[in-house]
Design a protein around this ligand. Structure first.
Ligand SMILES: [Zn+2]
Length: 247
């Protein structure tokens, strides 16, 4: 079965809506990912995970939204960012279009941490205005999210961007990764930053904390680690979709 919404004709979408009301909406960012991973990685990952979940569960995937909130990466060439308010509107208007057609359960599959607040704001506004519930799901394994158990295979200290975790997943999913350029995060943190990071938040930019653009240690990345994490995330998100079908 074709699972990509934009590869269907409108009568095929109408037919789908007669038996199913769930749709996945992938989104990520267009932002620097160190010296070794292509700039589209967050969107690419969200889309690849969405396609795998769709294959397992038989639900449709909407076209991915390629841009996110990446203001903190703007000093690295190639990054494209939308402001918070624009992004809220984009998520909202895409979801509203889908709701109008009769998709009642929208699951946003997000590949970029910087989007979380804007997605939450959009889905809150949708709830208030229409009563519809839209879900916000992170596609990378997170401590409290889907695939959390698989994080045990990681060896790096720290991480969170173009790191051992993200690079392993990129390798497994067939992303353009230049492993020979991968290097451990070259820290630019001051003693003050190190002391208060995590306790105090501020509008710091990536170029102020890392010289090469990544965090953690991508040199520890392997395709096999990527496989373990992707399979865990796909399995658990698919389970969520199966449960969602029942409510
Ligand atoms: Zn990323």
């Amino acid at each position: 079965m074709e699972t990509l919404l934009y590869k269907l004709t409108w009568p095929e979408v109408e037919e789908y809506l007669r038996r199913q009301d769930i749709i996945l909406l992938p989104t990520g960012s267009t932002e620097q990912h160190g010296r070794h991973i292509a700039i589209d990685n967050d969107t690419f990952t969200a889309f690849e995970i969405a396609k795998r979940v769709a294959e397992k569960t038989g639900v449709l995937v909407a076209p991915p939204i390629p841009y996110g909130n990446s203001i903190h990466h703007m000093r690295f060439p190639g990054t494209i960012t939308l402001t918070f308010n624009t992004l809220v509107k984009v998520y909202k208007e895409v979801c509203m279009s889908l709701l109008k057609h009769g998709f009642k359960k929208i699951v946003i599959l997000n590949g970029h941490g910087g989007n979380i607040n804007a997605i939450d704001q959009a889905i809150r506004e949708i709830r208030e205005e229409t009563g519809a519930i839209v879900y916000n799901v992170m596609v990378f394994p997170m401590e409290k999210g889907f695939g959390s158990e698989s994080l045990k295979i990681l060896e790096q200290e720290g991480g969170g961007h173009a790191c051992e975790m993200e690079t392993s997943i990129a390798l497994y999913l067939g992303q353009r990764v230049l492993m020979e350029k991968a290097e451990k995060m070259r820290k630019k943190l001051t003693e003050f930053d190190e002391k208060y990071m995590g306790k105090v938040s501020t509008a710091i930019n990536f170029d102020e904390i890392t010289e090469n653009g990544n965090l953690g240690d991508p040199t520890l990345a392997t395709k096999e680690k990527g496989r373990i994490m992707v399979e865990a995330v796909v399995e658990e998100i698919s389970q969520f979709i199966e449960d969602l079908k029942k409510i």
